[in-house]
Design a protein around this ligand. Structure first.
Ligand SMILES: Nc1nc2c(c(=O)[nH]1)N[C@H]1C(S)=C(S)[C@@H](COP(=O)(O)O)O[C@H]1N2
Ligand SMILES: [Mo]
Length: 373
């Protein structure tokens, strides 16, 4: 067959979110599709496109003919423009590796497996045109401070982001891991907003509007802000612009050994996992195998890219006694991943903007790996 397939001995699949898990989350769409990255089964730091998690709020994915598709840039601009896919692909492109993570990901006492708590994140090489190039073409008018991006599916999900970010490193991406973006990921066009929570990465992108203030669309108001975060809500801590939570923090998670797995026998193992930060590159990952009493540096796989998955490893000998394993990430801004206890202080809010708290795993004396929360 001309189209390559995995070996018949390999069966890696995206687990879908069970109703049990969905009801634990503070949102989850009955009509949408959620599927998780099988992160415990991946090696390296790139997610194969067909295993990239999916978080779609409408019935998915829309069936878009690229010849009919248009990207409209309008609002507070000198020259509103309409781009065809061909026109976009004629512009100079860049390729960058970035993770995307949904706000639902987090350690939680009810969670059992790695995928349940941390499966809504993935990392791809994205290819496309910097949004700044397009914004320079249309000419942003003075007074425009935010960009509202809208998807082409029936529910037209949209998100507002600050103009400063839009002019910095946001991509209008048509490529993912060397081929067109997959339909579940937004074919033929999606926004990639490095380091911002998943919802900003608008899929099936069809319109960008330059606006004075965040648009506060239906979806933003009802699904991306918790009650206390609505206008007039409590004061914000770090990484907030008004009522919007922006950059994610430093995070890491051990993928082996992790919840749901089992160690067959005592002896030597390589602990491994993934680390990332919404604010920059991973500078350091430390591992504790004694419940947080002592920490040792893990080896970080090069290159530790900015706002991308970074694989780490550490040698470990399991002596058939109970152990609690944890990893802790420090990014190149010097921010350190908080424990569950430190988490509210880290974010300066009672809300739950980014589930970046340290995930402890308990290995029982039988080798069964459990969530230690
Ligand atoms: N148009 C559109 N864009 C969207 C969504 C959506 O439902 N519609 N879901 C958002 C959410 S909540 C997340 S976490 C990311 C998920 O991207 P992925 O499905 O490619 O992993 O896309 C975002 N972009
Ligand atoms: Mo999401």
């Amino acid at each position: 067959m001309a189209f390559g397939e995995r070996s018949r001995f390999v069966s890696i699949m995206r687990p879908t979110m069970t109703n049990v898990v969905r009801t634990m989350m503070f949102f989850g769409e009955p009509d949408g599709l959620d599927a998780m990255t099988p992160i415990g089964e991946l090696v390296g730091s790139i997610t194969p496109s067909d295993l990239h998690y999916v978080s779609s709020h409408g019935s998915v994915p829309p069936d878009i003919d690229p010849r009919q598709h248009r990207l409209v840039i309008s609002g507070m601009v000198e020259r509103p423009l309409v781009f065809t896919m061909d026109e976009l692909m004629r512009l100079p492109a860049v390729s960058r590796v970035h993770y995307i993570e949904c706000v639902v990901n987090r350690p939680m006492p009810e969670g059992k497996t790695l995928e349940q708590m941390h499966g809504m994140v993935a990392c791809s090489e994205w290819t496309g045109v910097p949004l700044a190039v397009l914004l320079n073409e249309v000419g942003v008018k003075a007074g425009a401070n935010w960009v509202f991006a809208e998807g082409a599916e029936s529910i037209r999900l949209g998100a507002s982001l600050p103009l400063g970010k839009a002019m910095d490193d946001v991509l209008v991406a048509y490529g993912q891991n060397g081929e067109p973006v997959r339909p579940h990921q937004g074919y033929p066009l999606r926004l990639v907003v490095p380091g911002f929570q998943g919802k900003y990465h608008v899929k099936w992108l069809r319109r960008i509007r330059l606006v004075k203030r965040p648009l506060m669309s239906y979806w933003e108001k009802h699904h991306f802000m918790k009650a206390g975060d609505r206008p007039g809500g409590e004061a914000r801590g770090r990484n907030w612009a008004g009522d919007f939570y922006l950059e994610q923090g430093p995070k890491s998670v051990i993928t082996f050994p992790s919840g749901g797995q089992r160690l067959p026998s005592p002896g030597y193992y390589t602990i491994t996992g993934l680390a990332w930060s919404g604010c920059g590159a991973v500078r350091r990952v430390e591992i504790s195998t004694d419940g947080g009493q002592s920490w040792n540096d893990a080896t970080i796989e090069e290159p530790a890219r900015r706002i991308a998955w970074t694989r780490f490893t550490a040698p470990w000998t399991w002596n058939a006694r109970e152990a609690v394993l944890q990893s802790r990430c420090t990014d190149d801004k010097g921010q350190v991943q908080p424990t569950v206890a430190e988490y509210p202080k880290f974010w300066g809010t009672s809300g739950a903007p980014h589930g970046n708290a340290i995930q402890p795993w308990r290995v029982t004396n039988e080798g069964i790996v459990l969530n230690a929360l």
